[in-house]
Design a protein around this ligand. Sequence first.
Ligand code: 26Q
Length: 798
Amino acid sequence: MKDITAPTVEALRDDILRHLTYTMGKDADHASVYDWRMALSFALRDRIVEPWFAATRQTWDQGRKRVYYLSMEFLIGRVLEDAAINLGLRATCRDAMTSLGVDFRAVVEDEPDAALGNGGLGRLAACYMESMASLGCAGYGYGIRYEHGLFRQRFEGGRQVETPEDWLKQRHPWEFERPEAAYEIGFKGTVEKRDGKSVWVPGETVMAEAFDMPVIGWKGKWANTLRLWSATPTTLFDLARFNHGDYAAAAEPEALARTLSRVLYPDDTTYQGKELRLKQEYFLTAAALHDIIRRHVSGGYALKDLPDHVAIQMNDTHPAIAGPELVRILVDLNGMSFEDAIEITVKCLGYTNHTLLPEALERWATYLMGSVLPRHMQIIEQIDAWHLKNNPARPHYVGVVKHHEVRMGELAFVTAHKVNGVSALHSELIKQNLFPELDKLHPGRIINQTNGVTPRRWLRMANPALSRLITETIGTGWEADLDRLRDLEPHVDDPGFRTDFAAAKRQNKDALANWFLETQGVKVDPAAIFDVQVKRIHEYKRQLLNILQTIAEWHEMRNNPQADYQPRVKIFGGKAAPGYHTAKEIIRLINDVASVVNADPLTGDRLKIVYPANYNVSMAERLIPAADLSEQISTAGKEASGTGNMKFALNGALTIGTLDGANVEIRQEVGAENFFLFGLTAPEVMERRKDPEHARHAILASQPLQDVLQMIAEGRFSPEEPERYHGLVHNMWHSDYFLVASDFEAYRSAQAQVDRAFADPDRWWRMAALNTARMGFFSSDRAIRGYMAEIWETESAL
Ligand code: 26Q
């Protein structure tokens, strides 16, 4: 194969200029940053196409099994720099742009994030797509091409205000429209019996049209496809109505279709039984399955052999209608028996669970399911009956359909051959608390695949300073073999290495401090501890615990100004679901506290609070490499895994955290002595809740906490409206479901340990470097290898 991935600077420069001229129709003198970004993107894209074709061809030729990753969310972020990194062309791109008099960073940062996801689940899907491509795992991602991704967040008077996100306003150079890959998707209507067969006659239809994004793997050796579906009307106009002059009504089918893929639902925990959401879920799933079956059949294979060629992974229950839909395709459309169809379905499907929170488990009212998907409702009942017949020991209260609801978790469980949790603790809790009866009926079906993150984006791309040091110290190749970071271990005792490690961190902190000054108008001391909590705002994640401790620290500094404090910058980031009242109150409280604390001359540079609005993937890439301390402080038993926790530790931040999710495994890997552990364990949490007065008892046992709650209640942070946080404080005393009060003192003393460790640079940088050195396990490559071996039964093509 000719060398397409290593052009000279001059060759790339020519490509860029050619695209600027002939694709963008601009000359260099009048080109904007946008024009340059498009020209560079197209020049890079050209270099992805050949490996992309080659991978597809090889998969066909070898009759390879393909993996299909079905997800309602792909939180991709920016594409350009990631593509450049994986093609090995970042430096070439930079030099080519420089030679054209253009600032490469400015071009990279001009790209809007593709924010087609809420948080962890969507970002995980993006990391897994990248790892599949890097490992040569033949696969497709299937998702929805939302016109508007996750809303943009602004603060007004400290309050979150949402505005629509508009990533497709500009040209999206990484997608290829595929008008030929389009399927008609039905909803509603009736089920008729014809010659003893069930025939679904939908009452509404839309077209699913494919848009493909290539996903290029490390070193450009393999590429897969992320296929996103966009809804378009089956008929543009109701011609009869149009001809009658009823123009508005004539456009109804179009309006209906366009709403389907218009916007991502911004809830990430509380599920609401909205009809449009159910339609979106079916839209994605049906389009994907039709595409999968078409590809299988056009390869000349029989439907009964589907499991030899197809593995379908359901990212949570959102695409769990895949089971019934596959049965419907096999039975109704291809004349297979139900028994054969369900057997094939179970062999093809895998289900990843991401949550134990009861309020997040999807349940659809049977009347809604029966109205939107009448044939599927019948098949769901049939699957439930089939499962009971094969498992007569099933307790009466267990089942897919109960109390006029379809339980999507149970549906996904019984239609999948493997069910996996996303951390060791979480997978245990799935067995013990979420599906104990189904686990007994199907021993071995529930397995664990601890999450991982891609080191290409989250270390190599986001942290050039540390990446350079790593390569200088242990050589190249760690990006694709992250366990090699262990080779750093002997160097942590070398003071020179520790100094270099600290210098890399300092470089990132300096850059972040400048960014804070420019964009937030806050001046921070880059020598301070950068203490970061970035993630969706949720009560269980306990941003409240963090800000209460911050107030306590501030109070302490004011009362005892002479004492020796480690300066801190408390950094927050994250969005609240628009309808989540308490989460929005917490945001406002953080911003109110920031206003007061940041203006306090008594504490000055020793304590600052920064909460930049609109946390997203590209902001994470800025914050994480600059963090000293990573806040992973959820109530034990609530965070399924976390993946931010992995990104921070990989980048040499120390974790202050509870024994929750993957924190447990991170602590095991990096060593207990290099992790600031605090708080109740999951069993202790359950025990503690049995005391109805746990909150009051905990508050009365902590004078600092009482002081903090009193300051808030007196309006110290909201002088123009002293009663603003009465509800929040009242809830702390009388409910405190997430045990903020019970963990407060333990958290405070863990923070004091952080101060002491940071005061001893030799110790701190040794600990930090050991974190980086021991995080190899959390590469998404390891995770994907696990899925390939234990769920998908497929091998690398490389
Ligand atoms: C469901 C129905 C209707 C509307 C929205 C939803 C919905 C959307 C998104 C429900 C849940 C989500 C996202 C969940 C999520 O991000 N979970 C996180 O998944 C990560 C990857 O496994 C874990 O690391 C986190 O612990 C988990 O919280």
